[in-house]
Design a protein around this ligand. Structure first.
Ligand code: UDP
Length: 339
């Protein structure tokens, strides 16, 4: 009996947080994920399920080379900068990396006849929506260069499909959270701005006490509300979207969120319940550009892709996996420092 070689999927940003979880899900689904990453924020150790090709999305020649070498059936494009505050200070950086870079990847996908393009988009493309929960039909009016840089690519992909026949899925994430349930990979950045890792690192003492940004939002407890979706559920959604596109079922624009919002104070309480420890914290003014509440209306992704979001059943369940990962990371880093 002969077994055929697995189909290859080019994963830009496969060494990053969401990208590495997608690589694991791709491998479990029988694909070979080929990571294309410049390791600017990603980690070499996170590339475990296929080859790593070092390269920048701003280097079209290197992209061509890697496409030629692997002839991927599809592309998952994660490589991007994703900090709202930084995008306000340095919009040029964001438009260049996130817009020009994604355009280079889409051009290479077209030139090499890839059959599907799965794009990490964001709820930041909605700006400050009038209605929450947010359905996909909500008008997209981003309020920062990060959201704008991603929305431009959503539009590029719609035009590329019409002109060049490249089917695409724009997956608009809400707040990615948690870590691999088997604790093989997880969130690990030198510069960390996201709530859950900062809460857990504050507990572990590896970063300063948490600052709660804003206690005067028009929300039940005055702190901002977000929709935290488990990164393993995001990864499964990417694979489901890829299969949908390859099966010729048509392009997609989907929210990836759970439909449940939690305030910053609820996240703190939940982390205290999971860890059995107090979160050292103080209060600070609102962070510029942070909307009061962002919660997905998740119905369409559940319906179209048949997703169950089983890892996101509760905030505790999400934080539990992140806590295991952060303890593991802390122990590994301590061992490395003392050896
Ligand atoms: N947040 C906070 N303190 C922090 C980091 C974040 O209070 O040190 C709040 C932030 O204002 C937002 C929520 O936590 O309301 C989630 O922030 P995060 O940066 O994780 O994701 P974002 O929603 O900004 O993409």
């Amino acid at each position: 009996m002969t077994t055929s070689a697995p189909q290859r999927v080019l994963v830009t940003g496969g060494a990053g947080y969401v990208g590495s979880h997608a690589c694991k899900a791709l491998a479990q689904a029988g694909y070979l994920p080929v990571t294309y990453d410049n390791l600017s924020t990603g980690n070499r150790w996170a590339v475990r399920w296929g080859p790593l090709e070092l390269g920048d999305i701003l280097d079209p020649e290197r992209l061509q080379e890697v496409f030629q070498q692997y002839r991927p059936v599809a592309v998952m494009h994660f490589a991007a900068l994703a900090l709202v505050g930084e995008s306000m200070q340095a919009p040029a950086l964001y438009y260049r990396n996130n817009t020009v870079g994604a355009l280079n990847v889409a051009d290479a996908a077209v030139a090499h006849s890839a059959r599907a393009f799965v794009f990490s988009s964001t709820c930041a493309t909605y700006g400050e929506p009038a209605e929450v929960p947010i359905p996909e039909t909500t008008p997209q009016h981003p309020v920062n260069p990060y959201g704008a840089s991603k929305l431009m690519i959503e539009r590029v992909l719609a035009d590329y499909e019409m002109a060049y026949g490249l089917p695409h899925a724009c997956l608009r994430y809400f707040n990615a959270a948690g870590a691999d349930p088997e604790t093989e990979i997880g969130e690990c950045r030198v510069v960390e701005t996201h709530l859950i890792p900062l809460v857990l690192d504050a507990i572990l003492g590896t970063r300063p006490p948490l600052r709660i940004f804003g206690t005067d939002y028009p929300t039940p407890d005055g702190s901002a509300v977000r929709d935290y979706i488990h990164v393993a559920d995001l990864a499964d959604a990417h694979v489901a979207a890829l299969k949908h596109l390859i099966a010729g079922k048509g392009s997609l624009k989907l929210n990836l969120g759970t439909g449940r919002g939690y305030s910053v104070r609820e996240v703190v309480a939940s982390a205290e319940a999971v860890t059995g420890r107090k979160v050292p914290l103080s209060y600070a003014p609102r962070r510029p550009g942070d909307p009061p509440a962002l919660v997905a209306a998740p119905g369409r992704s559940v319906e179209v892709l048949g997703l169950a979001f089983r890892h996101s059943s509760s905030l505790e369940a999400v934080i539990e996996t992140a806590w295991r990962w952060h303890q593991h990371l802390h122990a590994t880093q301590r061992a490395a420092a003392t050896s």
